[in-house]
Design a protein around this ligand. Structure first.
Ligand SMILES: [Zn+2]
Length: 144
């Protein structure tokens, strides 16, 4: 087993009523500028991603799920309010709200999606790839 594959990344909410561990590699962070993410996070949503089968919730005392739609739900801590997960129930991957990962994450931001919907109080000033809407599988570095 390579070092990369055997590594474990940990994370959790602010008050530690939710803790999780992820085996193997995580996708780089994608900033989602859609209006849903902006409302839910107070800003754009910075998401990593991992295979659901590689994720273990080691403490779920505070874990709640808010149903966004028939196919999507958001995992958060009902004790402290931290956002943790973005779950499209039809996919085998789980979006990880990047700020919930323990530091150092060793991740880089690799893209911006739904930039057409972004709020007007900030500009995107980096040179990272952008997509008007969904990346539709065209995001470089998205191996999941
Ligand atoms: Zn908490």
């Amino acid at each position: 087993m390579t070092k990369e594959k055997s590594k474990v990344t940990s994370g959790g909410c602010f008050c530690a009523a939710v803790r999780y561990e992820i085996k193997g590699q995580l996708r780089g962070v994608v900033n989602c500028h859609c209006s849903q993410c902006t409302k839910l996070n107070g800003n754009f949503g910075a998401h990593s991603k991992a295979l659901k089968s590689n994720i273990t919730i080691t403490r779920d005392k505070g874990l709640s799920w808010y149903k966004i739609s028939d196919t999507a739900q958001r995992g958060f801590c009902r004790e402290c309010g931290s956002g943790l997960f973005w779950d499209n129930i039809e996919q085998n991957t789980l979006g990880i709200i990047a700020g919930s990962l323990d530091s150092p994450t060793n991740l880089k931001t690799i893209g911006h999606i739904f930039v057409e919907d972004k709020s007007d109080f900030y500009e995107i000033t980096d040179n990272i790839q952008q997509f008007k809407g969904s990346s539709e599988g065209k995001l470089e570095g998205d191996f999941l």
